[in-house]
Design a binder for this molecule. Structure first.
Ligand SMILES: [Fe+2]
Length: 303
């Protein structure tokens, strides 16, 4: 009888026993059990990475490309977060922090405030490289983390975190329970929308044309070129009042994208977002996506 080699379960999105175990024990913060990655997991990383490189050269903003090189990202194997962090920490103090799954809104923004980026450690299946609704390590490490090497961008993320604290303070001062929940739901939605249209799907005007700085674009080899070249995409200079009231859907290429002038510009917009939270201007924004769940609300109310 041939001896069958045990098939490694791997750290594959939605199929990882290690992650299921952590979740069942209520552990959000975990370590990266590197030895569990299967050869298929590394192969998925290699393929995703190889097809992004030429797209990054053409469509990614300069700070991102500088970040990829200063992090010495491995093109061949899923990176070890401790290696990434060793290069990242001296630049901006940011750290990738492994998590087992969904991070409630306040916890997520508070991590940013502390220069920790909640990072998924699983990777998508090899036969589903093009789209998956949940984040994976390719999106988080190859899409987000290179941006965290830029001082202005890193400071902007911290400002998002401070904005969440302001929101928690503001709603704590609303006596009526229903009114408090209504205002908080609205503020979380506004913050999530603004985050989506900037950190996840933002475009920036540079000296040589439009470039992507949003991680959803920087980790998608199909959408990054579509976002910049396609006549089907509406691209407008960002307006805070528009972005916070604009709903979005996650399961197709974005039809509407907003353009910032610089990361300094983006930082000033988050500043304004915070002043609007403080003034109660975001307590009644337009309804629609994204949904705000119980865990998001609880995270703000019980911070
Ligand atoms: Fe993301």
């Amino acid at each position: 009888m041939p001896i069958l080699e045990a098939v490694k379960p791997g750290l594959t999105t939605t199929e990882s026993p290690f992650i299921e175990q952590a979740r069942s024990e209520g552990r959000l913060y975990i370590h990266q059990p590197y030895e569990l990655y299967s050869e298929q997991n590394h192969e998925a990383w290699r393929t995703l990475y190889a097809r992004m490189v030429p797209k990054w050269e053409r469509y990614a903003n300069d700070q991102f490309r500088a970040g990829v090189s200063s992090l010495c990202l491995n093109a061949e194997r899923v990176p070890k977060l401790e290696d990434v962090n060793r290069f990242l920490r001296p630049l901006t103090g940011f750290q990738a922090k492994p998590v087992s799954g969904y991070v409630p809104a306040f916890v997520f923004f508070d991590c940013l405030r502390n220069r920790k980026f909640p990072t998924t450690i699983t990777i998508r299946r090899q036969d589903k490289l093009d789209y998956l609704p949940e984040p994976d390590i390719f999106h988080d490490i190859a899409g987000h983390v290179p941006m965290h090497t830029d001082r202005h961008f890193a400071d902007t993320l911290v400002r998002f975190g401070e904005c969440a604290h302001t929101a928690a303070d503001v709603v704590a001062g609303i006596r009526d329970h229903d009114e408090r929940i209504h205002a908080l739901t609205s503020i979380i939605k506004a913050m999530a929308r603004f985050f989506w249209f900037t950190v996840e799907f933002g475009l920036m005007r540079g000296t040589d044309g439009l470039k992507a700085y949003g991680s959803g674009l920087l980790s998608s080899h199909g959408e990054i070129s579509h976002s910049i070249e396609s006549p089907e995409v509406q691209r407008y200079p960002i307006q805070l009042e528009w972005a916070v009231n604009q709903s979005f859907e996650i399961d197709h290429y974005q039809p509407l994208l907003f353009v910032v002038d610089s990361f300094d510009h983006l930082f000033r917009l988050v500043d304004r977002l915070e002043s609007w939270v403080r003034a109660g201007r975001l307590n009644n924004i337009a309804p629609g996506e994204p949904a705000v769940n119980e865990a998001d609300l609880e995270s703000f109310l019980k911070r």
